[in-house]
Design a protein around this ligand. Structure first.
Ligand code: ACO
Length: 213
């Protein structure tokens, strides 16, 4: 589990929180033409005065996102993290999961990043179609010490509920073997529709839930 040098209680009023770019980057007063609200405070010294002091909740959340993103990259054998606070796009959402250890201390145990993608995809008949604003699973990680205890399911299901998505309608960016097994176990997703890109789509992706049979 990942502990940080600050108290997590005020950041996690409940075990799973939802984070977007605007809650990660401290706003900077625009005192010059290069002041930019989406560039972290530290990189803007001399350009603007921070409207919130460094070390506030947004800096702490940024640290959590960066550390968990880095651990996820290591777990997946990636050279660079898929998730960093600085690169979080406005349409992307990070769900963070905190959990108590045996001693009752809160630590951060998981991260799930989602967003939407405009994709060219193949349907069940092999025809190429454009799929705009496709729900996309972009990065998913539960700390090694906490895997296979149902935390991933809690995090993923909370994301689906909050986003109003169903698992079978999500595209999955380069899923690992563990994630493929996870989706098969918890959501019955097994049959995929072959694609020409690195996204995985499951049978049922193109089904209209409102279609009359
Ligand atoms: N080997 C095979 N399957 C696994 C493993 C594993 N080591 N760990 C989890 N799973 C799958 C299995 O289906 C497992 O069920 P089982 O124990 O009955 O076999 C199920 O997930 C467990 O479900 P949860 O406990 O709810 O999930 P967990 O908390 O373990 O989180 C996750 C799943 C996020 C995939 C986790 O295993 C993980 O962080 N793996 C390393 C990083 C990773 O591969 N992330 C996905 C990258 S791809 C992407 O993000 C788009």
């Amino acid at each position: 589990m990942v502990e940080f040098g600050f108290d997590l209680k005020h950041l996690f009023p409940q075990p799973i929180i939802r984070v977007q770019a605007d809650s990660l980057h401290p706003k900077v007063l625009s005192t010059g033409p290069r002041a930019h609200p989406f560039i972290p405070y530290q990189r803007q010294r001399g350009v603007g005065q921070p409207a919130v002091p460094p070390g506030g909740p947004s800096c702490e959340l940024s640290q959590i996102v960066d550390v968990m993103g880095q651990l996820s990259a290591v777990a997946q054998g990636l050279r660079y993290p898929v998730t960093t606070a600085a690169k979080l796009a406005p349409d992307q959402v990070v769900y963070l999961l905190a959990d108590k250890d045996a001693a009752g201390r809160w630590s951060v145990a998981g991260l799930l990043k989602v967003g939407t993608k405009d994709l060219f995809v193949f349907d069940n008949k092999g025809s190429c179609r454009r799929a705009n604003q496709t729900p996309a699973i972009l990065d998913f990680y539960v700390h090694e010490s906490r895997q296979r205890r149902g935390l991933g399911k809690q995090l993923f299901q909370r994301m689906l509920d909050e986003q109003g998505w169903t698992a079978g309608k999500c595209s999955v960016d380069r899923p690992s073997e563990k994630l493929l097994a996870f989706l098969g176990k918890h959501y019955g997703l097994v049959s995929t529709i072959p694609q020409g890109n690195h996204f995985v789509l499951y049978e049922g992706f193109f089904e209209d839930p409102h279609a009359k049979i």
